[in-house]
Design a protein around this ligand. Sequence first.
Ligand SMILES: [Cu+2]
Length: 161
Amino acid sequence: MSGFKFWPFGAKKSPDQKSSKGPPGPPRRGVLGFALVSGAVVVAAGYFLWPMVQQSSLFLEPADRTVAISMTGFAPNQITVRAGQDIKLQLVNKDNALHTDGGGWHQFAIDELELDFKVPPLTVANVTFNVSEPGVYDFYCGVCCGGKANPYMHGQLVVEA
Ligand SMILES: [Cu+2]
C-alpha cells in the first residue's frame, strides 16, 4: 500500500490502483475542490436569481387564471370574468432578456380600465383587479414586436354581468 498522495502531483499509478477493478475514484482533493466550486456556484446563482424568485409565484397568492405572454401573443387570448368580482391573473412572461425587442418585457394593459402591468423577462406576476362595468375590453402588450399595432399582442377580457 502506498501512502496518501495528492493528485495530480506525482500522479504515477501505484500497483494497487492498477490492480483494482474499474477506474480509480476521484482523489479526495478533487472532491473537496468540486464541493467548493459547486457551493460557490450555488451561492452566486442564488444571489443573482433571488430578486426573480421574490417576484415569482412562490411568494404570491395563487391566481384564478394563468395567462402566458410571449412574442407569439397571449395564451389564452380571451378571458371571461364576472363583473364586480376580483380577477386574479397570473401573468407568465416566457421570454428571456435576450430579446432585442423590448428586452423580453411584456405588458398586460387595458386602456379603458387604466390597467398597466409590466412583466419582466422570465417572471411570473400575480395581479388582481376588479371590473364593475360589463363589456368586452381589449388588452394588449405595447412593449414588443411593434407594440400595440401588432395584432398578435392583443386579447379580449369579456366581463359578464
Ligand atoms: Cu409583449
